[in-house]
Design a protein around this ligand. Structure first.
Ligand SMILES: NC(=O)c1ccc[n+]([C@@H]2O[C@H](COP(=O)([O-])OP(=O)(O)OC[C@H]3O[C@@H](n4cnc5c(N)ncnc54)[C@H](OP(=O)(O)O)[C@@H]3O)[C@@H](O)[C@H]2O)c1
Length: 324
């Protein structure tokens, strides 16, 4: 597939699909081949807006199109399992929105099918591919400032209570943890690895989902992460990484294109990473490269990381008695 343009399909034409399709237009190695929505009008409008070659009013037609290399799954959490399996069965590579599934059992089955059918699969944890985050990761891996002592990260938004909103809808995997709490958790796991101890508490709302969730991960005797998410309270959404010889702050909102401030003693410097898109082009470029190289998984967001992430989310859900 080398140097050939990667032909993308988009499954589900909701809010995030719009941003993704907008950024896909900026990627030279990508073409939007087809989109599918259960709603014919939505499919038509979306297709016209982003110049898709074809559009469908059902997902089956999308996965059956032989001219598609990879499908981006942009449906709510509880559909990721079903829609990913549908694509993988048709041997389509998949970029699946986060969280990859709502339980480890789902994610294991998705990975099993991808391996069995020798098809690429990746969770769309787009932060991992953003320039500011790669800068932070390089600083940490280089040990320039020593070891990490503590991570604090939050992600809070204030969304009015509305049973129609997927964030408050248990059937759609609602709550703060799986939707936005996943970013602070990902950050801690990506920088510190699998924790030894997990404790959590949450405010469970009227629709029996976590309206906010406070998590502490202990990575060893000395190192902990304190992580918070909320759909009821707006927060700075920053990440503070304390190291032996410096403090790195990923300024709010840390999970999307942002800046980084490094403080060492009484000196500090802010590094900017201007991005002209929403920032989804970086993960798209990465997937294209993986597919052009014939890789079956990402070397930045491998399937083992998705398993670690969902295992941690499952344990947190146990601690806060939240079942889907
Ligand atoms: N990476 C990011 O920055 C980011 C940001 C926001 C969301 N997300 C992730 O993207 C996913 C979708 O979020 P969103 O905010 O875009 O969702 P959304 O706008 O509510 O819905 C997305 C699409 O899913 C389908 N859908 C929605 N509700 C459904 C229902 N009740 N039953 C069946 N299908 C339904 C619809 O597809 P049709 O068009 O076919 O009808 C809809 O257009 C979530 O898993 C979320 O975690 C990621």
């Amino acid at each position: 597939m080398k140097s050939k343009k990667i032909r993308w399909g988009i499954l589900g034409c909701g809010r995030i699909a719009h941003k993704f399709a907008s950024d896909l237009r900026t990627v030279d190695s990508a073409v939007l081949q087809a989109v599918a929505s259960k709603d014919e009008n939505r499919a038509n409008t979306f297709s016209e807006t982003y110049n898709a070659t074809t559009c469908y009013d059902n997902y089956q037609a999308l996965v059956s199109n032989p001219e598609i290399d990879v499908i981006y799954i942009a449906t709510p959490h509880t559909f990721h399992f079903e829609h990913t399996l549908l694509c993988l069965k048709h041997k389509k590579a998949v970029l699946c929105e986060k969280p990859m599934g709502i339980s480890i059992a789902q994610v294991q089955q998705m990975i099993h099918l991808a391996e069995q059918n020798e098809v690429f699969l990746m969770e769309a944890l787009w932060t991992a591919f953003l320039p500011h985050y790669q800068f932070v990761k390089e600083l940490i891996v280089s040990k320039k400032y020593g070891e990490i002592l503590e991570i604090k990260a939050d992600f809070g938004i204030n969304v009015a209570f509305d049973t129609e909103n997927r964030l408050y809808n248990k059937e759609l995997g609602g709550g703060s943890l799986l939707d936005i709490g996943i970013y602070p958790i990902f950050l801690a796991l990506d920088l510190l690895g699998v924790p030894k101890e997990i404790s959590a508490k949450a405010t469970i709302g009227k629709t029996v989902i976590d309206e906010d969730c406070e998590v502490e991960l202990k990575h060893n005797n000395k190192v902990a992460s304190k992580l918070f998410s909320s759909i009821k309270k707006k927060t700075t959404t920053e990440a503070i990484i304390k190291l032996e010889r410096a403090e790195i702050v990923i300024n709010g909102r840390f999970h999307e294109p942002s800046s980084v401030t490094v403080t060492e003693g009484n000196k500090y410097e802010t590094f900017n990473f201007p991005v002209e898109t929403f920032g989804y082009n970086f993960e798209i470029e990465h997937v294209n490269k993986m597919l052009q190289q014939g890789n079956k998984e990402s070397d930045i967001m491998p399937l083992s990381k998705s398993l670690e992430l969902i295992a941690t989310l499952d344990t947190i859900r146990k601690r806060i008695n939240l079942e889907y």
